[in-house]
Write a protein that binds this ligand. Structure first.
Ligand SMILES: Cc1ncc(C[n+]2csc(CCOP(=O)(O)OP(=O)(O)O)c2C)c(N)n1
Ligand SMILES: [Mg+2]
Length: 275
């Protein structure tokens, strides 16, 4: 199996929409959105079993964005998949719009409001355990950031998931090696990250988080081992796809001005549907 030919197009759409939202709202976190655009495109293309016509369907897969500051990437994907009209994206961060700066569960297709880092993996554990106890077949996917792993609550959830054999739970770590105020290595080092998850009883795979085939190959096969939760450590580049934003700390908080937006859009248009 392969990802569909649509994922390159979808990832590009997500990047373009997120840039426009950040520019118009003068908001932060564009680097964080660009970092996960490829993972989100593959997830919403063929991995997540969700239905835009029936977003609360009880057996749907659950997707939680723990790094809720990257909400525009999810809003863009949901609009593109038909959960709500694309026009809503124009009102990102506008008073009264459901598209709040961080993830808002009142938006169709969003399971959990996030933005305060460190919470969604615990919620995901509860959802996964509930599925087991209620004999439901849905899966739970939680996308975490690397800086977020500094929060101790994650490590409680990591212990809990392994203890309860939650093989219907998959964590994905957006390992872009940058946080808000420095590199992960400078702030609190995570290495050896793979060994840490293994020692906590998880099944681990490491991938290039911008390679659609690699993202698909692992996500399509989860759980990677029976009775164990899975974590995919996705090596990524913060700001990926816009040359002057790639791997630059400042684009965690900065918003593109008119000229920067035009340059960024041009670059993305030229790269086009190339995955
Ligand atoms: C509990 C909590 N503390 C602090 C913040 C402020 N904050 C927003 S993003 C961020 C760090 C971003 O780095 P990382 O977690 O690696 O996310 P990335 O954008 O690189 O994916 C911080 C500290 C927050 N949202 N929640
Ligand atoms: Mg990071």
């Amino acid at each position: 199996m392969s990802p569909s030919k649509n994922t390159g197009y979808l990832a590009n759409k997500i990047r373009i929409a997120a840039l426009k939202m950040a520019h118009k709202a003068n908001s932060s976190h564009i680097g964080s959105c660009l970092s996960i655009a490829d993972i989100i495109a593959v997830l919403y293309d063929r991995i997540l079993n969700v239905d835009p016509e029936n977003p609360d369907w009880p057996d749907r897969d659950r997707f939680l964005l723990s790094k809720g500051h990257a909400a525009p990437a999810i809003y863009a994907a949901l609009a593109e998949k038909g959960f709500f009209p694309t026009k809503w994206l124009d009102d990102y961060c506008v008073n009264g719009s459901p598209l709040m700066e961080h993830m808002n569960h009142k938006v169709p297709g969003i399971e959990l409001s996030t933005g305060s880092l460190g919470h969604a993996l615990s919620v995901g554990c509860g959802m996964a355990l509930a599925a087991k106890r209620n004999l439901q077949n849905y899966r739970v996917f939680v996308l975490l950031s690397d800086g977020e792993l500094d929060e101790g609550s994650n490590w409680e959830a990591i212990l809990f998931a392994a203890h309860h054999n939650l093989d219907n739970l998959t964590a994905i770590v957006d390992y872009n090696k940058l946080q808000g105020f420095g590199t992960v290595e400078q702030v609190i080092r995570l290495e050896p990250l793979t060994d840490k998850w293994i020692s906590f009883g998880w099944s681990v795979a490491e991938i290039d988080g911008h390679n659609h085939q690699q993202i698909f190959d692992k996500l399509y096969k989860v759980p990677l081992e029976k009775n164990k939760p899975t974590v995919i450590i996705a090596n990524t580049i913060k700001g990926k796809g816009v040359s002057f934003m790639e791997n630059k700390l400042e684009w965690h908080y900065k918003s593109p001005n008119d000229e920067q937006l035009q340059i960024a859009l041009k670059e993305l248009e030229q790269s086009g549907n190339n995955k």
